[in-house]
Design a protein around this ligand. Sequence first.
Ligand SMILES: Cc1cc2nc3c(=O)[nH]c(=O)nc-3n(C[C@H](O)[C@H](O)[C@H](O)COP(=O)(O)OP(=O)(O)OC[C@H]3O[C@@H](n4cnc5c(N)ncnc54)[C@H](O)[C@@H]3O)c2cc1C
Length: 377
Amino acid sequence: MKHDTVIVGGGLAGLVAGISLQRAGRGTAIVSTGQNALHFFSGAFESLQEAPERLTTLFDEAGIRLQYTPGVRLMPLGTFKEAMLSLEDVALFPSPKFGRKVLIVNFMGYHDFFSSFLAEGLEKQGMHCRIRFLSLPEMDQLEKSPSEMRSVQIARTMDRIWEKVVQEVRVLLKDEDTVILPQVFGLQDTSVPGRIRQGIPARVVFVGTLPPSVPGIRTQMLLKRRYEVLGGTYLMGDEALTAHVHDSVVHSIVTKNLDRHYLEADHFILASGGFFSKGLRSNPFSISEPVFGLDVEYDEDRNAWYQKNFSADQPYMQYGVKTDETLHGIAGGVPLKNLYAIGSILGGTHPELGSGAGLAIRSAFAAVDEILTSKTE
Ligand SMILES: Cc1cc2nc3c(=O)[nH]c(=O)nc-3n(C[C@H](O)[C@H](O)[C@H](O)COP(=O)(O)OP(=O)(O)OC[C@H]3O[C@@H](n4cnc5c(N)ncnc54)[C@H](O)[C@@H]3O)c2cc1C
C-alpha cells in the first residue's frame, strides 16, 4: 500500500495535516490507536488568538465554527482565564463580571458539572447565583446507573430532548440575565446550542464538565469526517509499531493490524502525541519515542523530570522529540529526510510554534508546507 504521506496519530495535529494534504490533492493515510487529547479538550486553542486564515477555512469546511474576542473565558470551577481562540460554544466575556443575576441549571444525579463551585466563583465577582436541578423522565434510565451519567451519554439524550430543556429552563427563569448550562449539547446536531440560545430569553452560557469533552469529541468527529470525505484513509484502532528506514529515509511502517502489509509512502508525519497518548514512553531511566526511535530531548538526571510540588509546572511536560528547524525527526543525531514530527510530541522544544492546540496546528501547517514544496526522495 503506497501513499503520498502516512500520518501516525489522528488527533488534532494529524487530522489538520491530513485534511490539508488531501485538500492539496495528496493521497494520505492516518493510523491512529484511538483516544486523543481532543476528548479532553476545553474548547480553547492555547497559544492562538487569531485563527490563521487557512485554519478558519479548514474548520469552516468541516462545520466547526471558531471565535475570539479579547477578554476572559469561564472555567468549570468558576475561575477565569485569558480568552483564546475557541470553539463557538465556549463563552468569552470582556471581563469577569459579565452579568448581574445568574441561574445555574444542572441535571439531577449528574456530578460531573460543578454548579456550586461555579456559583461560588461568580459570587466572588459580585453576581447573584441560583442553582436548580432538572429531572427529566428521558434521563431516568441514565440516572439508574452512575456510570451512564457521563457527559457523552447525556449529550446523546440531549440531542433528542433539548427543546424540553428549553421549556423547563424558561419555567425556572425569574429575573436572571444569564443562564448557565453544562456543555452537553450539540454532540451530533451542531445547531442545538444556537437554538437553545434563541429559545431562552437570557444570555445562555455553556460551561465545561468533567471529561469526556462534548465539544472536543464533536470536533474530532467533524475533522475525521471531513478528512474521509476528502478521500483520506483513517485506520482507526490500528497502531504503528515500527518503521523501515534506510539511509535516513523512511520507506514504510509496520502496523499491528496490517501485519506484513507495510504502509509505504514518500513522506511520513509523526503526530502521536506526548506521554498522555503514548507518543512518548518512559521507564525509570529514559524516555523514548517507540515507532521511529527518534532522539528525545530530556534531562539525564531523573530527579529533574518533575517537581515535588504536584501542582507546579512539571519539567517532563516540556520533553519532546528532537527535530531540525524544518521539523524533520532526528534519529541517532541524524535528521530523517522524509519524516516530520508535529503536535504535542514536540513538547516545549519549539517555543516559536506555541503550546497546546496552537502548537498542534502551527506545526501541522509547517510540515504540510515542507511536504508540498519538497522533492520526493
Ligand atoms: C488531557 C489533555 C487535555 C488538553 N486540553 C487542551 C486544551 O483544552 N486546549 C489546548 O490548547 N490544548 C490542550 N491540550 C494539549 C494538547 O496536547 C493539544 O491541544 C493537542 O490536541 C494535541 O494534539 P496531538 O495531535 O499532537 O496529540 P494527541 O491529541 O495526543 O493525539 C495523538 C494520537 O496519536 C495516537 N497514537 C499514539 N501512538 C500511536 C501509534 N504508535 N500508532 C498509531 N497512533 C498512535 C494516539 O492514540 C492519539 O490518538 C491537552 C492535552 C491533554 C493531554
